[in-house]
Design a protein around this ligand. Structure first.
Ligand SMILES: *Cc1c(COP(=O)(O)O)cnc(C)c1O
Length: 462
């Protein structure tokens, strides 16, 4: 299996190379050259299997012979051993034909642990084999950074730098990034918003001298291995509701489009998914793009669901690539327009192709909060604000097809918003109850590429 760039101008790579590389050198994102499919029987045989076993069967065709089967199974087992729930991704029922997929039982209480814990294992196995040392730099709106730090802390062949927007992440998110004491962990609070962090990261990847000099590797949601790890829970949840003999729909709280794109991959692999519903907060570029074809970036307005506060949705490029019939030049020209004009218009054909799979909606701050309140009354479930955005969007789309809504974070990760809506402050799970007592370690940095690069070089040579 080879991986190609969405902009058509970078060489094809193996799974391992694409994983270690992150962003392609032409600025594009890696996608598999072809999407492997699983037969009806293959999917049916997943019924009743453990999360880990389904993970192996879903991911194996994409990794080829990168790892021997026994080693890959062992890495998967280690990745999910630290989760606080035996099912890894359990479901609860909210209403008739409406199910909530709880993706927050990992070590940092957000769905990003599913991908990051696995990537930590895969990187370590690969680096041990090659003897290389790498520098991971990530940009985060809060959850990616904490999940990355948790996955890479203490590893001997990795330095991990995480850029987060100063003052714009929740206290739990910040503490999860600033309290690990390992010397290979570097939390950087940047003056700016998440899009500024993401732009600085992209600029570092596009500075090849720096990129090669520090052996830069990326674990942001553009990393193909992360998308792949997220495909698994679409299978486990759909199969437990009767797939492949039945269609299932999903509603996904969306920011960078990585999670919902994983659902699209599951569909392309043969999972009978009816609708993939993109749910956004007031930062609604994805809803606007999918409903009007106009992808114009605005300014980010901070919300109570901060992990979706973005205006440039990186993984959307992967969906566009398929919507344009895998024409890398067409994608590259739209991305050039984005860079120079702040937006582009999706062609009629491409928007139609996107709408064949994706539906979308946006939810206001007031409605998000009201949904947390009403869901607690209706089902007893306490939702984080991101999950509440999706639950609200799903509620207007319930019908004969079972709807699975993804709960992307534990309510205790966003206690202020949950307390405002319900009067109840959700406690942290007991395994992380001392988070508020641990000392913090963080470096404040300006939104200045050169200064960031200097700091990173100094730290890794220290
Ligand atoms: C990252 C995140 C999202 C958005 O996921 P994308 O893959 O970027 O679309 C939603 N909810 C939570 C809690 C997150 O951490």
């Amino acid at each position: 299996m080879k991986y190609i760039s969405t902009r058509g101008g970078a060489e094809a790579l193996s799974f391992e190379q694409a994983m270690m590389t992150g962003l392609a050198r032409d600025g594009g994102l890696y996608v598999p050259e072809t999407i492997p499919t699983l037969s009806h029987e293959d999917i049916k045989a997943m019924a009743g299997l453990s999360y880990e076993e389904v993970a192996f069967r879903v991911m194996k065709p994409f990794i080829g012979d990168t790892f021997a089967d026994a080693e890959f199974k062992d890495l998967i087992a280690k990745a999910y051993a630290g989760f606080g729930h035996a099912a890894r991704a359990p479901m609860v029922q909210l209403a008739p034909n409406h199910f909530l997929l709880e993706l927050f039982h990992g070590p940092t209480l957000a769905f990003k642990d599913f991908a990051m814990q696995l990537i930590g294992q895969l990187f370590q196995a690969s680096l041990t084999r090659s003897g290389d040392r790498i520098t991971i730099v990530g940009a985060t709106s809060g959850d990616t950074g904490s999940a990355a730090i948790e996955a890479f802390r203490g590893l001997s062949n990795v330095d991990v730098f995480i850029l987060y927007p100063h003052g714009r992440v929740s206290e739990v998110q910040r503490r999860q990034m600033t309290t690990p004491s390992e010397s290979n962990v570097h939390a950087l609070a940047m003056d700016g918003d998440f899009d500024d962090c993401q732009a600085a990261l992209k600029d570092m990847f596009n500075d090849f001298e720096f990129r090669d000099g520090v052996r830069l590797a990326g674990v942001n949601s553009i990393n193909w291995a992360r998308v792949l790890a997220q495909v698994v829970y679409y299978f486990t949840s759909a199969v437990s509701l009767g797939a492949p003999d039945r269609q299932i729909s999903f509603t996904v709280p969306t920011g960078n489009f990585g999670d919902v794109f994983a659902g699209y991959i599951a569909k392309r692999m043969g999972l009978p998914i009816d609708r993939l519903v993109v749910a956004t907060n007031q930062n609604d570029i994805l809803h606007r793009s999918l409903s009007t074809g106009d992808y114009t970036t605005g300014t980010v307005t901070p919300s109570i669901s901060p992990s979706m506060d973005i205006q440039v949705s990186s993984n959307f490029e992967r969906a566009l690539f398929d919507a344009y019939g895998r024409d890398g030049a067409a994608v590259a020209s739209q991305m050039d327009d984005l860079k120079s004009n702040g937006g582009f218009t999706i062609s009629q054909g491409a928007i139609q192709a996107l709408r064949d799979h994706f539906d979308s909606d946006r939810v206001s701050e007031e409605t998000t909060s009201a949904t947390i309140t009403s869901e607690l009354a209706n089902s007893g479930e306490l939702l984080c604000p991101h999950s509440a955005v999706a639950v609200n969007v799903a509620q207007s789309r319930l019908g004969a097809t079972p709807m699975v809504t993804l709960a992307t974070a534990h309510p205790a990760k966003f206690p202020d918003a949950v307390e405002d809506a319900t009067g109840t402050r959700p406690p942290l799970p007991s395994r992380m109850a001392d988070l508020y007592d641990r000392p913090e370690r963080v470096t404040r940095v300006p939104n200045d590429l050169k200064a960031l690069q200097t700091l990173i070089k100094e730290r890794i040579n220290a």
